[in-house]
Ligand binder design. Structure first.
Ligand code: AMP
Length: 172
């Protein structure tokens, strides 16, 4: 079944900027069986561990994280780009291809010791996930795992978020 997920992912060349091959996951979302399977496989990455909350990363990560949280019967916490969260936040700056961006997490979103599964659609250079991990570490989260639907392994993102356990369903 990961093969049928892989086959559904559409490569869009030079989007959003020249030189980037964008992995378009909307064909998976649009197919009920494939979307459901992607959520099952992401849930399995928890390895049966008790999860208190699922944390999703802005913005495609929310789609997968919210379905995983619902399937696991737990709550969802968003990590968002700067300026979107209304309450008191913690911030972490991270590098983009050009310049810098800031991720935010509500200060009270995770309690110390809570078991967290962090979910995003895609691991590229790892900067985004590393920022989310830093915020969760600062709040004292017990990070059970970090799960991606897609990993672009050539970009070496894993090394940025080690030593936390990382799972990817489809690896390029
Ligand atoms: P990075 O911080 O480099 O690991 O980038 C990860 C974030 O950027 C993820 O939230 C992805 O949604 C997005 N992203 C990066 N590269 C791609 C790509 N080639 N195709 C689709 N999304 C990407």
């Amino acid at each position: 079944m990961p093969d049928s997920l892989r086959a559904a992912i559409r490569d869009v060349v030079d989007f959003p900027t020249p030189g980037i091959v964008f992995k378009d996951i909307t064909p998976i979302l649009a197919d009920g069986k494939l979307f459901s399977k992607s959520i099952s496989l992401l849930c399995e990455t928890a390895g049966g561990a008790r999860i208190d909350k699922v944390v999703g990363i802005d913005a495609r990560g929310f789609i997968f994280a919210s379905a995983v949280a619902d399937r696991l019967g737990v709550g969802l916490v968003p990590v968002r780009k700067k300026g979107k969260l209304p309450w008191k936040t913690r911030q972490c700056a991270y590098a983009l291809e050009y310049g810098e961006a800031i991720m935010e997490l509500h200060e009270d979103a995770v309690k110390p010791g809570e078991s967290i599964l962090l979910v995003d659609d895609l691991l590229a250079t790892g900067g985004t996930a590393a920022a989310a991990v830093k915020l969760l570490d600062e709040l004292g989260a017990n990070l059970i795992g970090i799960s991606f639907l897609i990993e672009l392994s050539i970009l070496g993102g894993r090394s940025k978020i080690a030593p936390h356990p990382i799972s990817s369903i489809i690896i390029y």
